[in-house]
Design a protein around this ligand. Sequence first.
Ligand SMILES: Nc1ncnc2c1ncn2[C@@H]1O[C@H](COP(=O)(O)OP(=O)(O)OP(=O)(O)O)[C@@H](O)[C@H]1O
Length: 265
Amino acid sequence: MTPELQSPPSARLAIDKVSKWFETSRGRVHALDNISLQITEGEFVCLVGPSGCGKSTLLNMIAGLELPGQGTVAAAGQPIKGPSRERMMMFQESALFPWLDAFGNVMFSLKRKPGLTDAERREIADYYLKLVGLEKFRHANIHELSGGMKQRVALARSLAPNPRVLLMDEPFAALDAMTREQLYGDLQRIWQQRNVTIVFVTHNVREAVCLGDRVVLFSPHPGRIREEFRVELSRPRDINSVEVAGYATRITRTLKEHMEHGAGI
Ligand SMILES: Nc1ncnc2c1ncn2[C@@H]1O[C@H](COP(=O)(O)OP(=O)(O)OP(=O)(O)O)[C@@H](O)[C@H]1O
């Protein structure tokens, strides 16, 4: 096995007193207000909250696609100044290249990774296609794949450069419930196997409880962290279990309380 396939130590993320404003035609939008969040190495953290509370903005900052207006965002002790292969992002839409097959899409993310031979790149791409359960679809055209399979290719593509941090912005929101359930199981297995830090954005409280070590609750206008919940359940977790439902009920109740107390959720 190429040494590249040994998982790297995953990164600690430090978000310190971060605020962010956007200038728009409707005026200044205060997207995030004084956010502080420490994420430990290998942790799985879910960000939950209603539309417009700044979850994606925070994810984009960790990805290095946006810079904070105030405060700092650091990975492994280094301030984040731009995108890096160490922090890969995955979105709701798979955004795969339709002119490449599944294998070609995964290979693409390894194209510019230095220090690898072509044989090693192929070995890595095959390893990740197998990890996401698509070894038999190596040469399938993208348009032949279901929505869930496309997201599996996108996951393999994000993992192939061996990032320390995986950033996931509602990656399963467009999928049907059964496909999502399979992916919850697979993502938990892959996360445990690859030792990667995951920050996962969702509107779905149950999904957050099923996946996260921690669920961080945001409120909007401006985006603030309201509360954090540590999920003390063993893995793999089943989204339909009584225990997951119990946590989800508590978190949803908290969301509603903030709404009633004028937090604008
Ligand atoms: N590039 C941008 N330019 C202007 N305003 C922006 C930009 N990105 C985000 N915003 C604004 O910042 C606020 C936070 O947006 P963001 O997309 O981070 O929220 P969100 O919680 O991810 O929402 P959703 O769940 O709907 O994706 C919103 O008011 C949004 O309109």
